[in-house]
Design a binder for this molecule. Structure first.
Ligand code: NOJ
Ligand code: CA
Ligand code: CA
Length: 712
């Protein structure tokens, strides 16, 4: 008996707390603004509190205890992840007339905001959510702390100990000779005044103290803060304002978090439309390192359903958007959010509820992981205004609505229909008012048909077996005969048809995370994996940690590679899956500022790019030009590893023209590229010297011992 208890305890201790709860594509996320959800503990409401809930810029009482109380409600919607607004300790004063009830004005990344609770409450939330099959994703804000000109003036604490504020830091700041920016803990480069180039990432976003993530203290501090959530059982992060941080730092930050387990991390890159000149275009054209919120397509969806616009145009915009992603099904789609006007507050149509249902069903069936913003299920809107902060009214709980039924039905279907979770995206027919798109994955298919105009009998070609099909939402019917589908669609209707046949061949639908380093756990989601088999990554067999028919967990092996992407294949029952890509990093990466003296490069047309001989640098990266005469970029680099780089010029959306130049460097926090391969590094030299010294000492000691023995 004792032994059994001991073994059970050991298993419990060894079972990591951290893991993406399930394959993320199988789930739906429910987004909660904690202060506005439910007040489970009135004793933590003061100060900066408005009991009447009339001042939208003060605390209204919601907290972690309230969220825990409402977990059964959340579960009733069929969702499997909760994204909570930032929980870290925020400033204790008003700034610009508002309190940080939203959580985006952090002062201490190691503590929980006292209006929301404490670490025990967070751990209890994770535990209680887990009992209900739900995991918790934390909104984390590593770009900036809090306002520099009001409130607490960028005050920063390390688990209660004061570190600095923006003015003290300004006194200590020095100019970085490479970037030309004054910096210490923060950047001191004014406010973002142009939304591109250096200011985009190295200046204050709306007056918020902008972190210098390359300062090693800041780097560890922000990483440790996020680790506390991971260690307390968070299954992922929504990372705020990724547009304003160096991609290279983010990559290193994510890799460190992933070393805790296969977390689901997605970034917020705020851009209402996907422009070619956008930094996001560069971010995605080559790197594709993390999923992002689908902000650009959200705008298209709302315009089309709440105002005007053709479904044919929308389908083209969506296809274009998805074409930028290595894994389109990892896009995080949403209809409403705390930053945008809620759909039901946006337009002014008589049929807005039906249109809302259509847009909601679309969000839940597009490639990607859907987010439901709190209150979407209960048609929550504010009577007092539209955008921020009026898109954050106090929650009204009602899970008996048509919207709640749509969410629940499609969340359930996502668990059983592989095409809804992992399928591709193909429009079969589209006009201004009607649209049919299909998603397929192996032997599973999904067909979404809609009509926002007068009732119509829609016919179109489809490669489905003959028969009558019944829609999952309303029981609508579709007849298929000889490759022609025919379906009657009332005004403002949306139907979802589906097929699930047995999946015999292994097929990979998702890898979480799809950026990884050796030794890291990844979850492979898909179908037809059978009871056991092998997973091959970059030609090497990976260690299997668990195996189910639709989900495998493996450890990424160490590879001798210089490519950025490597193939992952599942072999089961003598059948091989088609390969899917994994973005491979060598491991032990540090965030490095890589620079080249502009005089070495000469004139450049467009942007200067580099790519290099190690996986971290294998995809081209754009460089910025500083006022101090350097081109620079931030990239993860394995410490001590020598590498070479080549250069290109051009625009992100065109072909890159190679320049005839190769330079060299060795992985470190700052690397100035040189024309000659570097001499052996100091550390390596010292290492060699030590080895020589130890060998010499050893030989001398041995000689002395021999002489001494002979004398005796
Ligand atoms: C984006 C967040 O979603 C928004 O609510 C916040 O104010 C800004 N980032 C700044 O943190
Ligand atoms: Ca409270
Ligand atoms: Ca920044």
């Amino acid at each position: 008996m004792r032994r059994v208890v001991f073994v059970a305890l050991l298993v419990l201790i060894l079972t990591p707390l951290v893991s993406a709860w399930e394959v993320p594509e199988r789930g739906v996320i429910y987004q909660v603004m904690v202060d506005r959800f439910y007040d489970g503990n009135p004793s933590n409401n003061e100060p900066l509190y408005d009991l009447a809930h009339s001042n939208y810029r003060l605390y209204w009482g919601g907290d972690l205890e309230g969220l825990i109380e409402k977990l059964d409600y959340i579960k009733s919607l069929g969702v499997s992840m909760i994204w909570v607004s930032p929980l870290n300790d925020n400033i204790n004063a008003l700034a610009y007339g508002g309190a940080p009830y939203h959580g985006y004005w952090t002062r201490d990344y190691k503590r929980i905001e006292e209006h929301f609770g404490n670490w025990d409450d967070f751990r209890r939330l994770v535990k209680e959510a887990k009992k209900r099959g739900i995991c918790v994703i934390v909104d984390y804000v590593p770009n900036h702390s809090n306002p520099v000109n009001d409130g607490e003036y960028g005050a920063l604490y390390d688990n209660g100990t004061f570190v600095t504020d923006y003015f003290k830091d300004a006194g200590k700041a020095k100019m970085n000779p490479i970037t030309g920016i004054r910096e210490d803990i923060y950047h001191h480069n004014g406010n973002i005044f142009t939304w591109s180039g250096i200011p985009l990432k190295y200046a204050n976003l709306y007056g918020l103290a902008d972190f210098n993530q390359l300062n090693p203290w800041v780097d560890s501090y922000l990483t440790e803060g996020a680790m506390l959530f991971a260690d307390s059982g968070a299954c992922g992060f929504r990372v705020d304002a990724v547009k304003h941080m160096g991609l290279g730092w983010l990559e290193t930050f994510y890799l460190r978090l992933y070393s805790k387990g296969p977390l689901f991390i997605y970034g917020e890159y705020f851009t209402p439309s996907f422009q070619m000149g956008d930094d996001l275009y560069e971010f995605y054209r080559y790197s594709n390192v993390s999923p992002v919120l689908s902000i650009p397509i959200r705008e298209d969806i709302v315009r089309t359903f709440a105002f005007f616009g053709g479904l044919d145009k929308l389908s083209e915009e969506l296809e274009d958007y998805y074409s930028h992603f290595v894994y389109p099904t990892k896009a995080v789609n949403f209809l409403d959010s705390h930053d945008l006007v809620r759909f039901l507050n946006a337009g002014d149509r008589k049929d807005e509820i039906q249109r809302f249902h259509m847009a909601l069903a679309l969000t839940l069936t597009l490639p990607g992981i859907p987010v439901v913003y709190y209150g979407d299920e209960s048609y929550l809107v504010s009577k007092d205004g539209k955008g921020d902060p009026y898109n954050r009214p106090m929650m009204v709980f009602d899970n008996t609505t048509e919207a709640a039924r749509i969410i629940r039905t499609l969340a359930r279907l996502r668990k059983t229909n592989d095409a809804l979770a992992f399928g591709d995206f193909k429009t079969l027919t589209a006009s201004y008012e009607t649209w049919a798109f299909e998603r397929s994955f192996g032997n599973h298919s999904l067909l979404v048909v809609m009509n926002k105009g007068p009732a119509v009998n829609l016919t179109f070609s489809i490669d489905w077996p003959d028969g009558n099909y019944r829609d999952a939402l309303y029981g609508g019917e579709m007849a298929v005969s000889g490759g022609k589908a025919s379906v009657y669609l009332p005004r403002n209707s949306v139907y979802v048809f589906h097929i699930e046949e047995e999946q015999k061949t292994p097929l990979i639908g998702s890898i979480t995370p799809y950026t990884a380093q050796p030794g890291q756990e990844i979850i492979i989601g898909g179908a037809g994996f059978g009871e056991r088999g092998e997973v091959i990554i970059g030609g090497k067999e990976a260690k299997v940690l668990s195996w189910e028919d639709g989900k495998i967990v493996v450890e990424v092996p160490k590879l001798e590679r210089s490519a950025a992407w490597v193939n992952v294949t599942v072999v089961s029952g003598g059948r091989r899956s088609p390969p899917r890509p994994l973005r491979y990093y060598s491991g032990n990466d540090v965030p490095a500022l890589i620079a080249v003296n502009a005089s070495l490069v000469g004139d450049v047309s467009g942007t200067l790019w580099l790519s290099g001989s190690i996986p971290e640098l294998a995809e081209p990266r754009p460089l910025l030009k500083s006022s101090t005469g350097y081109y620079f970029t931030v990239a993860p680099l394995p410490e001590g590893l020598p590498f070479s780089v080549r250069f290109y010029e051009g625009k992100a959306w065109g072909a890159l023209r190679p320049l005839n130049m190769t330079l060299y460097g060795v992985g470190n926090r700052t690397v100035i590229l040189t024309a000659k391969p570097p001499e052996m590094q100091e550390g390596q030299k010292a290492g060699r010297k030590n080895v020589a010294l130890y060998t010499l000492t050893g030989v001398l000691v041995a000689a002395l011992v021999v002489m001494w023995k002979r004398k005796r």
